[in-house]
Structures are given as C-alpha cells and as structure tokens.
Design a protein around this ligand. Structure first.
Ligand SMILES: [Zn+2]
Length: 426
C-alpha cells in the first residue's frame, strides 16, 4: 500500500550508491523476489525453505540465497525443525520479533495512545493517556504524546528493539503528504504535519514517517491484525466524537484522490436536521456521534476523560443492558442513521462487509439490528448478496495498531527499499 503515501522520510533505494553497480533489471528482479519471499513468510508463518520454493515457483537455491539475505538483515529467523514429521523435517521460517519495529501514536479528542509493534505484529509496549485535547494547542498535545512515546522508546531500547518508523493517527482530514487540513473536533489543528512535528520533538532517527486519519489507520489495523484474515474488502466505521470510515478494497486502503475520503460522519441523514461543525446540516455525526448519542440518551454531553463517570460509554452500555427506554430509543435512532449513511456508501462502492469499530464496537449488540435492517431495505444488491455487519476485533486499539503497523508493513512489502544492503547479498 506504500505507493499511495508519499510522506516518506526518505527513499533509500533511490540513493544507495552500492545499487548503482547492480544492473537495473537484475536489481528489480531481486527486489521483487525478496518482497515475494518475505510476504509468504508473513502469510504462512511456518514455511521451510523447500516449501517456500514450491509456493513461490523460485528454485531452492534462489530461495536459500534470499532467505539468507533476509536473515542477515534481521527480518527473518529460522527455528529448529519441528518433530513428528515423517522424513526430514524442514526448519520453519518466521518474521524476526527482534527485527525493526514501528511506533504508533493516536491523537484523539479525549485521549492519546502510543504503542510499539514488532515485525510479527505483536504489541510490545502500549500506553493510553486520557487528555481533554479539544481546546488545547497542537504543540501542547503533541508534547504530551511525545513524553509517553519517549518512555516507550526507551523500553524498546532496553528490549533490544530498533524503532524504525512512526505512524500517527488524527481525527481529521489528512492529505497524501501527511498534512492535517482540518479536524472539526480539534479546533486549532489546521495545516500541520503531525508526524513530522512528533519526529522533531522525539529527536531520534526515524526512517519512515506517516500520518493519516484515525479511521483509515483503524481499518488497516483491522486488516493486518484483526482475527478475520479473510476480510479484504470492507468499510471500517470508527465511532468516536466524530464518525469516520476507512475503506479497504482488495486489501488496499482507498483514500480518494487527495487522501481526504471516508468522511462518513458528514454524510447527510436528515436534510432538515441540526447544523454541524462542518458547515452542513443533518450530518450522521449529529445523530450517531458520541456526543449526540449521549445527549439523546439523557446523559451529560461533556465527554469525561474518566470512563467510569456518568456520561461515559460504559454508562450508556449499562443503561442499555438494564433496558432503559430512552437509551434503547437513542441507540435505535443512531443505528438507523448509521444504516442509512452506510447504505449510500455501499450502493456506490459495492463492499461485502461493514466493521463496527471505536465505541460502536461496545454498542454493537444494540446497533447491529437497526443497521442491518436499513441495509436490507436500502442496498440494492442486499437480497442476493447481503452485507455482513461485524464487530472490530481490536476495539479501541485498532487505530494505534494500524499506525504502528504502517512501518512494519512497508518493510514487509518492499524490504530492499528500506534495507538496500540486502540487494547486494541476495
Ligand atoms: Zn457535518
């Protein structure tokens, strides 16, 4: 997916002097084969060299050379042969958990999250800080996030991990250059490149920088780390203060022409509805965003950083479980609005699945019914190809996991772009 994201810190394969000595076609072929082998190791997790050769169509000798190069770069490890096989068992290959890792950060309206994931996708360190960010200047919020990330980076150092790149998710419109143009619920955040600001504040070397909308990164988190490996075409709906959507088609994030797509929260569900911060009227967010839902349920609209206080989502869940009529009605109304907005999306995009994420995951027992009912009535292909509505398996972590995973997935997709010395050995 790296092609669509141009905010690289650098593109080493364009400048590596040792590559100039390798004929261009041969270099391209090696680069392709390294990527092919590493992606197979990622997908299957326990292939031997012989099985890799069979799977890729490359010769055993070529596979061995490529695997050795990937092992030298600390991207792949070879474990001891598994016992219990008839004949000579192969040594299974897997991604190196001590290889390069990614730092992820999610800035949202009322919290900041950071995590470090290793090359296998495992979360090695994580931290979430509750923080009322709505009225704060960006540099204040980012300093707060950087303090948490710095601590995490030191923990990664102590564990022998190399943090290779940074991904940042924000609740707003981010273009392909990583510039946040507008965040309706973070009032002073306009025209800044959050990943670059964070990298400067961290003051440590980073080879890869990326910034995107939090719903896009949550969709990628679900795609890469969710429990449903077969889910490759879906729209991820991120319910936060705002409502975002990340669209995944054939395993790739679709961001629109400028990178600014997926603004499901500002799809009109009631042309005569209340005014929205975006300048429109009757937007989905004004019916099914977190504040609108709390208000409709008769709970305090101010969002408490303490999730145990009244007004928080757990309180909403508790009231729904108790069958409180106002809460149930507001959830029904929100689910209906969500279903109407999603129907417009799905009639245009023809996607087979909706993933409910963010706080919608917690409210899914009460939302899936009205959402599915609207899809049934409004999506034209629903009668022979019904859209599946599923719940995010990563919950509140989806976005920060996707942000951290950007780095490791870039490496897996094209290892020699980031470690050009591999080409000389392959
Ligand atoms: Zn709006």
């Amino acid at each position: 997916m790296a092609e669509g994201n141009r905010n690289f810190a650098r593109m080493p394969y364009q400048t590596g002097s040792q590559l100039a000595r390798v004929p261009a076609r041969q270099q391209l072929l090696k680069r392709h084969n390294l990527s092919l082998v590493l992606r197979q190791v990622t997908a299957s997790r326990s292939l031997s060299r012989a099985q890799l050769a069979a799977r890729t169509g490359l010769t055993k000798a070529t596979v061995s050379t490529l695997v050795d190069a990937l092992m030298d770069a600390r991207l792949v490890v070879e474990r001891d042969p598994e016992r219990g096989f008839i004949g000579r068992p192969g040594s299974p290959l897997s991604l190196n958990p001590q290889g390069p890792s990614g730092l992820g950060m999610e800035i949202n309206v009322d919290y900041v999250s950071c995590c470090v994931v290793d090359l296998t996708g495992a979360v090695r360190f994580r931290k979430t800080i509750v923080s009322g960010n709505r009225l704060l200047r960006p540099e204040v919020v980012l300093q707060r996030a950087v303090r948490a990330a710095s601590l995490m980076w030191r923990q990664a150092d102590a564990a022998g991990l190399t943090v290779f790149g940074l991904g940042v998710g924000v609740p707003g419109l981010v273009d392909f250059d990583g510039v946040l143009h507008r965040a309706p619920n973070l009032l002073e955040w306009q025209g800044i490149a959050p990943a670059e600001v964070v990298a400067d504040m961290l003051g440590r070397p980073l080879q890869s920088l990326y910034c995107d909308n939090e719903a896009n990164l949550a969709a990628l988190g679900e795609l890469w780390f969710g429990i449903r490996n077969s889910l490759r075409d879906f729209v991820f709906v991120s319910g936060e203060i705002g409502v975002g959507a990340g669209i995944v088609i054939d395993g790739e994030l679709f961001r629109g022409v400028q990178g600014l797509g997926g603004e499901l929260g500002h799809v009109t569900v009631d042309p005569m509805g209340p005014a929205c911060k975006c300048g429109g009227r009757g937007c989905l967010e004004r019916v099914a965003g977190r504040e609108a839902l709390l208000e409709a349920a008769g709970l305090p609209v101010e969002v408490s950083p303490d999730r145990n206080r009244a007004g928080s989502v757990p309180e909403l869940v508790a009231r729904a479980q108790a069958g409180e009529p106002t809460t149930l009605y507001s959830l029904e109304k929100a689910g209906t609005a969500l279903g109407i907005a999603l129907s417009a999306f799905l009639n245009v995009l023809d996607l087979p699945a909706v993933v409910l994420g963010g706080f919608y995951a917690e409210l899914a027992p009460w939302l899936i019914g009205p959402v599915t009912s609207e899809l049934h009535d409004r999506v034209v292909n629903h009668s022979w190809s019904p859209t599946e509505v599923v719940v995010s398996s990563l919950g509140a972590e989806a976005s920060v996991r996707g942000a951290a995973g950007i780095t490791t997935r870039r490496i897996i997709d094209d290892p020699s772009a980031w470690f050009p010395e591999i080409l000389a050995r392959a």
